[in-house]
Ligand binder design. Structure first.
Ligand code: GUN
Length: 298
């Protein structure tokens, strides 16, 4: 079997088009332009690229955007003060604090300082709790994007065995919670694998839908995948490549060449999950703007 390539770039463009219409309508009906502020602490090059791409996407759909750069030696107090200022700034309906933060900054403390109604990454404990209860306003961008890839490509997870590899707060956990909900676009039987899982390949081979959010190149090999499975690769890993000007190229967690001979559908890296994460951030920013007007996202 040769897998269909699930084109996240094209699906993200479709979603950005829908968001752009929502932004235009918001301006017409209410005279309000949705705004997103990004806080970037330090000079991690990958984070700088992600934040730049998020900002460009905002501009493209007609949102107001701003990036606040803080030095890599920032203290908790300095980051908290910045978040507080944005919580109180009516130009910005959404705030994202790019992760990871430098080691001296307490990520949980910062997440808890966000106004939950502006937390468009869905990482404040209040929003995590709402997600667990199946009444989220903001689903974190990567899991939300993966759910959209599945639905828009005709792979409804209802009744499917979904195996998620990785248990991070930002991808693995919310992915599992989202797909196990009693809700349209969910209703899956979900298993999570992690670093202490025994015989991971035995478990991944049960997956109708396999989501890998491990963060190491080529860890998902063809022998770990069931014939005909749908494979979603969240990994964005840099590997050395002397033939590139940059000296590196991006690869996922999945051995793409071998697995795409076995899967029925697979996301590429780049051009799979990454663009969808950004598109869903825009969806969440539009939702936050609607919430600020109506007290309801719909
Ligand atoms: N770092 C990697 N992915 C993300 C994301 O979706 N949001 C934030 N804030 N930081 C990230």
């Amino acid at each position: 079997m040769t897998a269909n390539i699930l084109d996240g770039k094209a699906l993200a463009e479709e979603i950005r088009g829908e968001v752009a219409m929502g932004v235009a309508e918001m301006q017409q009906k209410h005279g309000i332009t949705p705004g997103l502020a990004a806080v970037l602490v330090g000079d991690d090059p990958a984070s700088a690229i992600y934040v730049r791409n998020k900002r460009r996407a905002c501009d493209e759909v007609g949102m107001v955007s701003n990036t606040i750069l803080l030095p890599s030696d920032s203290t908790n107090e300095q980051v908290l003060a910045q978040v507080q200022a944005l919580n109180n700034d009516p130009r910005f309906h959404g705030i994202l604090v790019q992760l990871p933060l430098p080691v001296q900054v307490d990520e949980r403390l910062i997440m808890e300082s966000l106004d939950p109604s502006k937390d468009v990454d869905g990482l404040h404990p209040f929003n995590v709790g709402k997600l667990v209860q199946g009444r989220a306003d903001f689903v974190p961008g990567t899991p939300a994007g993966i759910q959209q890839i599945l639905l828009r490509s005709g792979h409804d997870p209802a009744g499917a065995n979904v195996v998620v590899c990785g248990r991070s707060d930002i991808v693995g956990k919310p992915m599992a919670i989202l797909l196990m909900q009693r809700a349209d676009g969910a209703n899956a039987t979900v298993t999570i694998c992690h670093t202490r899982t025994k015989n991971m390949a035995d478990i991944t081979r049960q997956a109708d839908i396999l989501v890998s959010a491990i963060g190491s190149p080529n860890v998902i090999t063809a022998d770990m995948v069931k014939e005909g499975a749908v494979v979603i690769d969240v990994g964005i890993n840099r590997v050395d490549d002397d033939s590139r000007k940059s000296g590196y190229r991006l690869v996922g967690d999945v051995d793409f060449a071998a697995v795409s001979e076995k899967a029925s559908a697979i996301t590429p890296v780049p051009g799979g999950v990454g663009p969808m994460t950004i598109a869903m951030l825009l969806v969440n920013t539009l939702t936050a703007t609607r919430l600020s007007i109506h007290g309801s996202g719909s």
